[in-house]
Design a protein around this ligand. Structure first.
Ligand code: FPP
Length: 236
């Protein structure tokens, strides 16, 4: 194993081959509750931190970032909380085209959240198409549902038998390398229906911090941890 202590983080990213990082941004609600605030307060802080962390990942040379913003199950939350998250998202979309170099892709069924949101997501994707850094925002997303929609599209294409490559190329994340590293904050250690197909060989990093408290130093820590792992892809 190479000793990467003292090596600048951008070099560590390069040497470790880390191209795609994904975040399960967990803990907004608990963070707010601990401060005696409503859960929406936590989502506001979480959305602000999401911008900081995404910009930082781009700065240190990671090509692709995926964030879990809203799962297919999150719709079961109280109406007020769902509306607060949707408002944050709509406000973000309104300004996001100005994020330099970022190509946005909404993975999941954005139109399932309403025509208005679906159109805004599609508009941002179109506006930013072809930019060099990819940001996947998982919205109304479920990993199993993503596989099912891929298979249904293959059926429509009248495929008689399918390969792994067929499924991969019909996922929402087509065109992205598979996630090398998946980080979950909020002191929970599970995958929660996130990138089910794509995470087969991902490394996992769990942080006890709540998402609004997660910093760029914590990203460095996760990246260095990743760089120290021995990835064997099922070989020896
Ligand atoms: C998990 O924390 C977080 C979510 C379900 C929503 C994440 C949303 C954001 C960070 C804002 C999204 C906005 C943009 C602009 C992408 P939790 O509520 O499950 O926290 P808890 O486990 O403490 O209850």
């Amino acid at each position: 194993m190479i000793d990467l202590t003292g090596i600048p983080i951008g070099e560590v990213v390069k040497k470790s081959g880390l191209r795609h990082i994904a975040f399960i941004m967990d803990g907004n609600g608990r963070w707010a509750t601990a401060k005696g605030q409503p859960r929406e307060f936590g989502h506001r802080a979480g959305a602000a931190n999401f911008k900081t962390i995404v910009r930082y990942c781009k700065k240190i040379g990671i090509e692709c970032c995926t964030v879990y913003a809203f799962s297919t199950e999150n719709i079961k939350r109280p109406k007020r909380e769902v509306e607060a998250i949707m408002t944050l998202l709509i406000n973000y979309i309104a300004e996001a085209g100005d994020e330099r170099d970022i190509e946005f892709k909404f993975i999941g069924d954005a139109f399932g959240l309403g025509e208005n949101i679906g159109k805004k997501c599609a508009g941002l994707e179109k506006e930013t198409e072809g930019r060099p850094y990819r940001l996947n925002i998982a919205l109304n997303y479920g990993g199993r549902a993503e596989i099912v929609q891929a298979v249904n599209r293959l059926i429509l294409e009248k495929k008689q038998s399918i390969t792994e490559e067929d499924i991969s190329s019909h996922l929402y994340t087509a065109g992205c390398p598979e996630p090398d590293l998946i980080v979950r904050t909020g002191n929970e250690q599970r995958i929660s229906n996130f990138l089910t197909w794509q995470s087969t060989y991902s490394e996992f990093h769990f942080s006890p911090k709540m998402w609004p408290d997660y910093t760029t130093d914590d990203v460095d820590f996760a990246v260095r941890d990743f760089a120290g792992r021995g990835r064997r892809w099922g070989g020896v």
